[in-house]
Design a binder for this molecule. Structure first.
Ligand code: SF4
Ligand code: SF4
Ligand code: SF4
Length: 272
């Protein structure tokens, strides 16, 4: 039974966030929202422990579709980075600001880029493409993420400075347009570079938060050097080109790890 503690702990963490936000914000939505996400994530961890091959993809679909369709399209919440700037400028600690604080800014100090592996609705679609492992060397164009980051910030700041009316409706349209652009860019890049995660590596503005925070992550893949036979299989299956047998936080592409567990599943010596 001991091996089932991680999903129980995961559920307990999400439930504490759910109850705390429900009581402090006096809003039942937070109880529902974080309980649903916690249940989805812990189900995935449970399935992973049971060695179910598609455990991660199930969580990705449960959480990603919920956020994209229910929160985004039905509840009109812009959960993209523009929505974060919008709520930040209005000074309201709601929806997108809470989401960013939990999943993308402070949460990564604990669970690294788990968001990218298990919940992101952009990657949820990109992971259906056939290029699971990069088909060529990494490109030196990671700086593009800073441009998309700045563009999103300037876009929302300009709306506020120009005192544009009906800004909520603009944010909803920006959510739809932004997602369409992300999907199109993600699919084109994946096909051009033969790499499903090319968008994550070079374009995604959220990595400006995710990368530095996940550097300090408590949850990390570590290699037991006594068991490792240096077969290199873990690196060959890694979608993010992490130097996974190196345990230092400075390891190559260390802040790119999305905790997908492909390396762990494929290690013949259970060294990870
Ligand atoms: S890097 Fe961006 S697009 Fe990729 S999974 Fe993470 S948040 Fe989603
Ligand atoms: S797959 Fe396992 S044994 Fe092979 S190099 Fe990686 S950690 Fe070592
Ligand atoms: S294969 Fe391993 S090192 Fe690579 S992203 Fe997945 S969990 Fe991280």
């Amino acid at each position: 039974m001991k091996k089932y503690w991680p999903p129980v702990m995961m559920l307990a963490i999400f439930e504490s966030v759910a109850v705390t936000l429900w009581l402090t914000k006096d809003n039942l939505f937070y109880l529902f929202n974080f309980s649903y996400i916690g249940l989805s994530v812990s189900t995935g961890v449970f399935l992973f422990i049971r060695k179910y091959k598609h455990a991660r993809r199930i969580v990705q679909l449960l959480v990603g579709l919920y956020m994209l369709i229910y929160l985004g399209l039905i509840c009109n919440e812009n959960m993209q980075i523009e929505g974060f700037w919008y709520y930040l400028f209005t000074g309201v600690f709601e929806a997108a600001t809470i989401h960013y604080a939990v999943a993308k800014i402070f949460g990564p100090l604990i669970f690294g880029r788990g968001w990218c592996g298990y919940a992101c609705w952009t990657a949820m679609v990109l992971d259906f493409l056939p290029y699971k492992v990069p088909g060529g060397p990494r490109k030196k164009i990671g700086w593009v993420r800073y441009i998309t980051f700045l563009v999103s910030l300037i876009f929302v700041a300009a709306l506020f400075l120009a005192k544009v009316g009906n800004i909520e409706q603009i944010m909803f349209r920006a959510f739809i347009a932004g997602n369409l652009i992300y999907y199109a860019a993600g699919i084109i890049l994946a096909c051009a570079f033969k790499d499903n995660r090319a968008f994550c590596k070079y374009i995604c503005p959220i990595t400006v938060f995710l990368k530095p925070m996940s550097y300090f992550s408590l949850l990390r893949i570590k290699c037991d050097k006594d068991k490792c036979v240096s077969c290199g299989k873990c690196k060959r299956v890694c979608p993010m080109e992490v130097d996974v047998t190196e345990n230092s936080r400075k390891r190559q592409n260390g802040t790119e790890c999305i905790l997908c567990m492909e390396c762990v599943r494929n290690c013949p010596k259970d060294a990870l």
